[in-house]
Unconditional design. Structure first.
Length: 143
């Protein structure tokens, strides 16, 4: 899973919103529910909300994730406005997972088209950096 839209709020009624929503939700969570039931430490969610897949591109394909995000935001703008204006909704954020590159300087830019759509919908931009996937060692090396 790559780029994800998250929406949440302490008093957001996610179930009521989803009754009529056209958005394809990955996960929904409810305030007071155990967040990670299989974890050794029990922690209850302070918020209700949902996560929606925006792109399934690889972490290394930021350009593709951005293209998918612009298309998603444009295609779903009326429904995202309805979500934005829901009672109890406190935050929406679009999270781009990006693979860290082994270099001295890493720069990732976001085009004005994306930033404009996010601003109009009051959606925050988040960049989550993850270590690059390890390259498989060549086990057939000659010594």
């Amino acid at each position: 899973m790559s780029c994800v839209l998250r929406a949440s709020g302490t008093y957001f009624d996610v179930d009521e919103f989803l009754k009529t929503s056209t958005l394809d939700v990955l996960t929904a969570f409810r305030r007071g529910a155990v967040q990670f039931p299989t974890a050794s430490i029990t922690r209850k969610s302070e918020y209700s909300g949902m996560s929606i897949s925006v792109s399934t591109r690889e972490f290394s394909d930021l350009r593709g994730q951005i293209e998918d995000a612009i298309r998603f935001l444009s295609d779903n703008e009326p429904e995202l406005r309805r979500l934005r204006d829901c009672p109890g909704l406190e935050r929406m954020e679009l999270d781009f997972p990006i693979e860290e590159r082994e270099m001295v300087y890493q720069r990732d830019a976001f085009p004005h088209q994306l930033l404009s759509l996010l601003g109009n919908l009051r959606i925050a931009l988040v960049v989550s950096r993850y270590p690059a996937a390890p390259v498989a060692e060549n086990r057939n090396r000659t010594q």
